[in-house]
Design a protein. Sequence first.
Length: 327
Amino acid sequence: MKVIIRTDASETIGIGHVMRCLIIADELRKRNCSVSFLMKPLPGNLITEVKQRGYNVITTFSPADICIIDHYDIDINWEKKIRPYVNKIIVIDDLANRRHDCDVLLDQNLTKNDKTRYDDLVPNYCKKLLGIEYFLMREEFAMERKNLRQRTGELHRLLVFMGGSDPTNETLKVLQALQETSHPFSQIDVVVGKSNPQAEKIKKICKYEGFAFHIQVDYMAKLMHQADFSFGTGGTAMWERCLLALPSTSTIVAKNQLDATKQAAKLGVTWNLGWHGNITVATYKQVINELTVRKQQLKTMSARAADLTKNVRSIRKIVDIFLEDVT
């Protein structure tokens, strides 16, 4: 079976779309599907990384059994163009701001109207996979999830991960805040992606301060499992932190993260700091200074996060749905 995945990564788009598509691709490959990625060579594109994972990267569409689309700039217009050349179109979205011609739509986010907001945007026959139970969970997270540890609110190890490209420079803000406070952490892990333009500067700061620096890791689940608290963003990483019951702050760095982050905070599974443009070094310093008196709150946040994500389906079951009725 031939599958084409249409997605992109860049310094402005980020790496999230490609990373979650790789989760699907890996499972499809286990089913002996031929998977190709249709991507543009944008700055910070991750094309090399996709090829290193063993996937073909193409620049033009060709007939396929399935086309999976994970791209905010693609809508019903492009989907109708490829419709004659593909048996099934699957769209991954979380904006609900445009119409689609698709057979399956997956939105893994939790929002206040998540069950109805696509009703007028997709065909009546479209199967809608909506909500946190359809979160695209990497295998490493599924493994760590089986061994969740009891979190007590004690603070020894900190994880800082503000997205692969971090276009708003949140990592540098957090590092400055740590430099200017008497933080309680004995171990600090700082993670960046290869597409982060400030990676070298961050690496130098980490070396000077004695923080552990990690770049483009394939062991994020392990770092989250080991951490007692995390500075992070909204989006996919926020739900990954919830999967491993990791208390965290969530900085909103893109508009598509607004509703989900607000809803997550309302449910008590993250500490929403708000829009990145309103967040300064002083904001992160205040969080650090408040952490030691919020131990019970952090313990509760951890428990609620674990409970919220207890029914997340395996990627195997989600791909089963993708492959239904395709000959």
